[in-house]
Write a protein that binds this ligand. Structure first.
Ligand SMILES: CC(C)(COP(=O)(O)OP(=O)(O)OC[C@H]1O[C@@H](n2cnc3c(N)ncnc32)[C@H](O)[C@@H]1OP(=O)(O)O)[C@@H](O)C(=O)NCCC(=O)NCCS
Length: 218
């Protein structure tokens, strides 16, 4: 049988492996959970980037408070992420470049048991686009996911016409697994998504190469 692996047995989720103080480092980026005090820069970056980001995101429920404009809604968002982290179901990180908020990268919908999977979502400030900060952040998150959280699989789902995001996958050499039809409701439309997969076996085989390219000091 092809594709099977007995690399290691999987264990229950390590609880609270990522306290709010967790900081993860790449060559240039630092990832840490967002806190309520991040609201002013969050608001500034998100407002300035709405035309750049909203076409690729789920539409906001009109009746729900807007975390971009409302500090209390942002606080609720931060606390929800804290609870996810404590429960081991999600790990959200702000991306910081030169100590400034530059974007976000999140591990969503962590599933344990025989799947050991999480979904990766991300965005970057348009003013910082094109400098490889996202591929670097994906490698930082992959190292954390496989080496610390002991996940077996990461998935990234991308609308086929999102060339910039697919280019990130291409740069990292992540494996394309096919198209999931009408997979996610993005900006009000059920959109097809190209699915990219990355397993612990692939990480183990490529960690030296990917670390040298994206993480180790230049
Ligand atoms: C997708 C995204 C996260 C990529 O982040 P990044 O840090 O710019 O990634 P890279 O630097 O590797 O750039 C990827 C490609 O984007 C394109 N790009 C670069 N700078 C750009 C800019 N200023 N404007 C538009 N596109 C640009 C280039 O084609 C680049 O590939 P190249 O380096 O081979 O030229 C970013 O474009 C983004 O946040 N887009 C809007 C939200 C989004 O699409 N999120 C992902 C949903 S799946």
């Amino acid at each position: 049988m092809s594709g099977g692996s007995r690399l290691r047995p999987y264990h229950p989720a390590p609880m609270s492996t990522s306290p709010p103080t967790t900081r993860l480092y790449g060559r240039r980026v630092m990832l840490r959970p967002l806190v309520v005090a991040d609201f002013p820069p969050w608001r500034e970056v998100r407002l300035r980037n709405e035309p750049w980001l909203l076409p690729w995101e789920p539409a906001r429920v009109p009746s729900a408070p807007d975390a971009t404009r409302d500090r209390d809604a942002f606080a609720v968002r931060c606390h929800a992420r804290d609870r996810e982290r404590q429960a081991g179901t999600g790990y959200g990180f702000g991306i910081f470049v030169d100590n400034a908020l530059a974007g976000e990268i999140n591990l969503n919908a962590v599933q344990r048991g025989p799947l050991q999977n999480a979904h990766v979502g991300y965005w970057i400030d348009e003013a910082r686009a094109g400098r490889g900060y996202m591929p670097e952040s994906v490698v930082v998150l992959a190292r954390y996911s496989f080496d610390e959280l002991r996940l077996h699989r990461l998935q990234v789902n991308i609308i086929p016409r999102n060339r910039n995001s697919r280019r990130v996958m291409e740069k990292l050499g992540l494996r394309e697994e096919g198209v999931a039809v009408r997979y996610l409701e993005i900006n009000g439309v059920w959109e097809d998504h190209v699915r990219y997969g990355f397993t612990a076996e692939e990480w183990n085989a490529r960690r030296v190469e990917l670390s040298a390219a994206w993480l180790d000091p230049a």
